[in-house]
Design a binder for this molecule. Structure first.
Ligand code: PLP
Length: 387
């Protein structure tokens, strides 16, 4: 491998959200979704070069960074977009809020699914919309939508927006063309606006899975879709706070921009430089990162064989996140028990999935091995193991 994923700089004491939570405790953090790897060298160099300039005044969205995004989407996903469709933001979460607010009124409904990345549940509520929450279901060996319930929700006269997370956090599904076509049929039939969060789309691990950009499936779909993306997950630059929305329809885009205008959601000079470098020069690193994450996943699957009561229903198809059902362990508060055992998982309850934990395996293999070793010890003393 040309890049080193096995050894990473120490992150405690570096103002890291992930590592700060358990500062001074012997708990390995594997909760929030950033990886422990150093960003691609090209990204580090771009940020260093920008820092060396020494003047950090207000940034402009130069044509070069817009062109990087346009080229990246064409090259990797076959999606042809115009630079003017892009709206930069400091993060994608405000984009979820703005998408909801520009396509619905207070009191109207937003269709969402659980378990899910928490803002998919909170954004409708904070926007004074009514969330119609549907459980994802496990059918024929994969997590998918409950199509009958989904249609019933979409059919409600006050349903205006569908929140789509693809690849799906935390179930790590990459929805296939058949599923996306069914979704497309529903949003056309019930005239919904789609907020399609595709932040994990460049970390597809399953060689048999192909990410399809929802808005790329048809001009009419693009016209009713706010696509949210960033280089942040793939290239591990979330702290540089740079994401973007892509909206082809001028009316929808204007409404979206009006909502975020004045909220100081602008990106910063480093985020722009990093995003450009990542998309222009990050591909060799990305490919090796995907390979490394696959190796981590193999290790997880191997070790799970000796952890009765921990259920992984489907091997993650994307991202660096894996979702375990641990209800069979019989702990009253499993997340706390794992913390006692030295592991800081994501708590399933936060995702609308109590009885589950989410492991972030975007870390060096030795650290993952230690997490799994600790996990095994906790599992071995679970009440559910006592026959
Ligand atoms: C699906 C999804 N969307 C958005 C985000 C957050 O993006 P940002 O940091 O740009 O707000 C995450 C982070 O985990 C995520 O998983």
């Amino acid at each position: 491998m040309a890049f080193n994923f096995d050894s990473c700089p120490e992150r405690s004491g570096t103002d890291s959200t992930k590592w700060h939570r358990y500062a001074d405790k012997d708990i390995i953090p594997c909760w929030i979704a950033d990886m422990d790897f150093t960003a691609p060298p090209a990204v580090v160099e771009a940020v260093q070069a920008r820092a060396a300039h020494g003047v950090y005044g207000y940034p402009a969205q130069r044509d070069a960074v817009l062109a990087s995004i346009v080229n990246h989407l064409r090259r990797r996903h076959g999606w042809e977009i115009k630079p003017e469709w892009i709206t930069f933001m400091c993060s994608l979460v405000p984009g979820i809020h703005a998408a909801i607010r520009c396509a619905s009124k207070p009191g109207e409904s937003v269709v969402t699914t659980v378990p899910v990345y928490p803002p998919f549940m909170s954004a409708p509520v904070l926007s004074e919309r009514n969330p119609l929450k549907l459980e994802m279901v496990f059918v024929d060996g994969r997590w998918t939508f409950d199509w009958a319930k989904l249609e019933a929700a979409c059919a409600q006269p006050h349903a205006k927006v569908l929140l789509l997370c693809n690849p799906y956090n935390p179930l790590a599904r990459v929805f296939d063309r058949g599923e996306l076509d069914r979704l497309a049929a529903l949003v056309r039939k019930y005239e919904l606006t789609v907020c399609s969060d595709e932040i994990h789309c460049d970390l597809v691990l399953d060689p048999a899975a192909q990410h399809t950009i929802f808005a790329a499936m048809g001009e009419d779909l693009a016209a009713r879709t706010v696509t949210l993306m960033a280089a942040s997950k793939t290239f591990n630059i979330a702290g540089l706070t740079c994401g973007f929305a892509i909206i082809s329809d001028a009316g929808l885009r204007t409404r979206f921009r009006r909502i975020i205008q004045g909220l100081s959601l602008d990106q910063n000079v480093f985020g722009l430089a990093a995003t450009q470098a990542a998309f222009d020069h990050g591909e060799p690193w990305r490919l090796e990162c995907v390979e490394y994450l696959r190796g981590n996943l193999d290790l997880i699957e191997q070790e799970l064989k000796s952890m009765p009561g921990v259920v992984l229903r489907q091997r993650p198809q994307a991202s660096f996140l894996v979702w375990f059902d641990i209800t069979a362990l019989g702990f009253e508060d499993a997340h706390a028990e794992f913390e006692k055992g030295g592991i800081g998982f994501g708590n399933g309850a936060d995702f609308g999935g109590p009885g589950h934990v989410r492991l972030n395996f975007g870390c060096p293999r030795e650290r993952l091995r230690e997490i799994l070793r600790r996990m095994k010890a906790v599992v071995a003393r679970a009440p559910g193991q006592v026959k």
